[in-house]
Design a protein around this ligand. Structure first.
Ligand SMILES: CCCCCCCCCC(=O)SCCNC(=O)CCNC(=O)[C@H](O)C(C)(C)COP(=O)(O)OP(=O)(O)OC[C@H]1O[C@@H](n2cnc3c(N)ncnc32)[C@H](O)[C@@H]1OP(=O)(O)O
Length: 437
């Protein structure tokens, strides 16, 4: 089973530059057991060999080039791994370390969810490095990036900043170069850990320079439960293909959706004027375009990930906080997060880019608000803008909220897309579990 890893080590004998990259201590030893969250990033830095100073980043990337020869030519060349091989358990000691609490604290005395998104992203990547680890190789030849946050489902309304948090997770499905990771977060109350959220991420393995795909280890399934998890991963992949094919960017809305949009349009026509142009806002409604909030961030080296691009968790934190502010501004009261879904990382964000985030409420129902945040980048000096992500957040508030009404055809498509995300989230909640106060 370990034949391939041994062959890689053999390949490197006598290579002076690789000598310092290969070490006696495997990162297997360094990732097992329960360890604190701050160690996750340190371990990732070690595994990838990131420069601690930005001024060294070109040299570090040159060194990583040398690892290319360690990558397998075929998935079959890699030893299969068990789900438990990638299982990690990490503690965020908010209860015992008041100084750490400051970084996670909101003014409502709850935990900043944006910080949790960063932690989940880093942990998900470390889990994948644990799955793809090669014995006796200190630095990994893989560049593992976040491709998708498939779903984060919360079952707790408020996360306390005064109690320890435990994260667990493992690889639950693998393709040829992509891996699905399932993570769970729970919080210690009265000596018992209570569930807070479940998260499913998809990570993709790339070569040592993050320029092309890289094969990853297959999975061995050891129990009916693991077979079920793997089957779920296959189903998730199938669902993503179906929803991408039926995307409103490619296909017309369904008859039911078209009728709903037309009814909404008719509902906004001024009955006193025989015109398609005279629009009036129905009672208890807001034009969708009036719910927009925007922000701009300069992507400084401080926010870089281990591959000298902008850290996905940072992008999620910024998008979440703008999305939360959009919901708050819309309804005038504190919104609570219910779910995050389908955050696709379409393109990496380069250091030095200008990051434009644009957020709006795109659907509401009773006391729920669906917010969409669109992220695009440009490089200083260039007028060209490129979409990098679209984020979807579902919030609830403690009162009924106004309807949002699309004015243009484009807004109507955003409305229908928001409705689809909302329906899918609420359907899973109904078949899953309810929010625990
Ligand atoms: C300093 C300490 C900081 C520590 C932080 C550590 C954490 C670092 C993690 C990050 O921050 S990563 C940064 C955020 N993510 C990105 O910037 C990724 C940007 N996106 C990309 O680079 C590409 O879109 C991506 C590599 C994800 C996919 O590229 P391609 O579209 O060319 O992929 P390709 O068609 O070759 O497909 C490769 C695999 O990915 C899968 N895939 C691609 N996009 C996907 C998607 N959206 N959802 C699910 N799977 C996807 C695809 O099915 C396939 O799987 P299999 O090989 O297993 O069949």
């Amino acid at each position: 089973m370990w034949r391939v890893a041994t062959r890689f080590c053999g390949l490197n004998k006598g290579r002076a530059n690789l000598g310092k990259i290969l070490g006696q201590e495997t990162f297997n030893n360094r990732t097992k057991g329960t360890f604190p969250m701050k160690e996750v990033r340190n371990k990732l830095r070690d595994i990838v060999g990131i420069s601690t100073h930005w001024s060294d980043h070109v040299k570090t990337m040159e060194e990583r080039k040398l690892l290319h020869s360690l990558l397998p030519k075929n998935q079959k060349d890699l030893p299969p791994k068990r789900m438990k091989d990638s299982y990690l358990e990490v503690i965020l000691p908010l209860g015992t370390q008041p100084l750490l609490r400051e970084k996670y604290l909101t003014v409502f005395n709850s935990v900043r969810f944006g910080r949790i998104l960063e932690d989940l992203d880093s942990l998900g990547v470390l889990i994948c490095y644990t799955h793809t680890k090669m014995d006796s190789v200190q630095m990994s030849p893989f560049s593992i990036v976040t491709a998708l946050v498939d779903k984060i489902d919360l079952c707790k309304k408020v996360i306390s900043p005064e109690c320890d948090i435990k994260f667990t997770g493992h690889v639950s499905w693998v393709g040829k170069t992509s891996m699905e990771v399932k993570m769970h977060m729970c919080q210690l109350h009265d000596t018992v850990y209570h569930p807070v959220l479940d998260a499913t991420f998809v990570m993709v393995a790339r070569d040592s320079e993050n320029k092309g795909p890289a094969f990853i280890n297959p999975l061995i399934l050891e129990s009916p439960e693991e077979e079920e998890l793997f089957k779920q991963g296959e189903l998730n992949k199938g669902k993503r293909i179906v929803s991408s094919t039926a995307s409103l960017l490619k296909m017309a809305p369904t008859t039911e959706e078209r009728n709903a949009v037309h009814d909404m349009f008719l509902n906004t026509l001024d009955p006193r004027s025989i015109s398609f142009q005279s629009r009036i806002l129905p009672p208890d409604s807001v034009w969708m375009e009036d719910t927009k909030l925007k922000s701009l961030h300069i992507c400084h080296p401080e926010e870089r990930n281990i591959f000298n691009r902008i850290f996905g968790g940072f992008l999620m934190r910024k998008a979440f906080e703008l999305g939360w502010a959009t919901a708050c501004n819309f309804v005038g009261t504190r919104p609570f997060l219910v779910a995050v879904d389908d955050i696709m990382f379409q393109s990496p964000v380069e250091i030095g880019s200008l990051l434009f985030l644009s957020s709006q409420v795109c659907f509401t129902e009773k006391n729920h608000i669906q917010v969409r945040v669109h992220s695009e980048v440009s490089f200083p000096g260039s007028k060209e803008h490129k979409t990098t992500n679209v984020f979807h957040f579902t919030f609830f508030v403690e009162k009924d909220v106004p309807l949002v009404i699309p004015k243009t055809y484009g807004d109507s498509m955003l409305y229908l897309d928001g409705q689809r995300h909302f329906m899918s989230t609420m359907h899973q909640k109904t078949v899953g579990k309810n929010i625990i106060q």
